[in-house]
Design a protein around this ligand. Sequence first.
Ligand code: PMP
Length: 362
Amino acid sequence: MTRVIEPQPGILDIALYQGGASHVPGVENVIKLSSNENPFGAPESAKAAFAKAAHNLHRYPNTDHYALRKAIADVHGLDPDCVICGVGSDEIITFLCQAYAGVGDEVIYTEHGFGMYKISAKAAGATPVCVPERERVVDVDAILAACTERTKLVFIANPANPTGTMIGQRDIARLAAGLPGQAILVLDGAYAEFVEGFDGGSALVEARDNVVMTRTFSKIYGLGGVRVGWGYGPREIIDVLNRVRGPFNLSEPQLAAAEAAVRDRDWVEKCREDNTRLRAWLAEALMELGVPSDTSCANFILARFTDQEEAEACDEFLKANGIIVRRVGGYGLPNCLRITVGDEASCRRVVHVIGQFMEQKR
Ligand code: PMP
């Protein structure tokens, strides 16, 4: 008989993260538009730096990440001592929950919020509290109304995933100012680079003592496979997070690739421009087919169908035609599909296939 060793309370309630599949059985050359990856791949500068750093593999990596923190700080005009680097921004989210939320504490996330907030809160023993959104937009008043003396962390992504919507700086500042004294506002800026001129919330971090911003190299920088993210916050909070960070959480190739990518501003600019142009084209072409979406500020759009049945049928049809998009029923959006903005050929192909789907339905 196998012995069942019980994990901590709450762990078995965590649903396994539903990542996007990357292949379709029997279909070659799939078009993957399910994980908001950069359709142009990683910049050459980062690939070269990664390869160059892949030596002395028997040595432990640098532990203070100074060169990467300095590069991030230079580019964004920040204080490198207030930057922390992790294995994707997922790890920064984990550090925040480990360090600030335990049994009896509450962690707020919103109705269509990114899945890791709930997973990390539960893994830390805390209670995730889901707050409704208003028409797929984060509702600051609803969050403030949900805060209690147990609220320790409030997570919002701006732009948000999977909705692609954003809330304004004034609302964010009002949220930060209205939180109870023991709570930290976490501004997840995984998609911030897609919004021209947007600082992701770093000015608010500097203006207050209760705001942390998280960022990633997985999206515009095209380094999803390398796994690097970072956080920016008040010195005291970053110091706390560094205490739970494993000393060798990032390898030299990871650090080098991210450093090269963040300094490659031409690449970022080109990717942002292409994304803005192709996103507008994609949204409009789908609208013409009778599939609306909210205005997206990120590198995906949330296509809305009549109901769950239609969304799922379209997903199956796309898959049969070699295109993988993301179902978002698990995010409370069963009648929607999230479609990453691909390169021009992928955008044209996905519109063509959805057009065929809508046609055969008639
Ligand atoms: N936040 C949001 C809103 C995301 O969409 C993602 C990735 N899908 C992440 C954080 C985590 O990204 P990573 O761990 O790759 O940095």
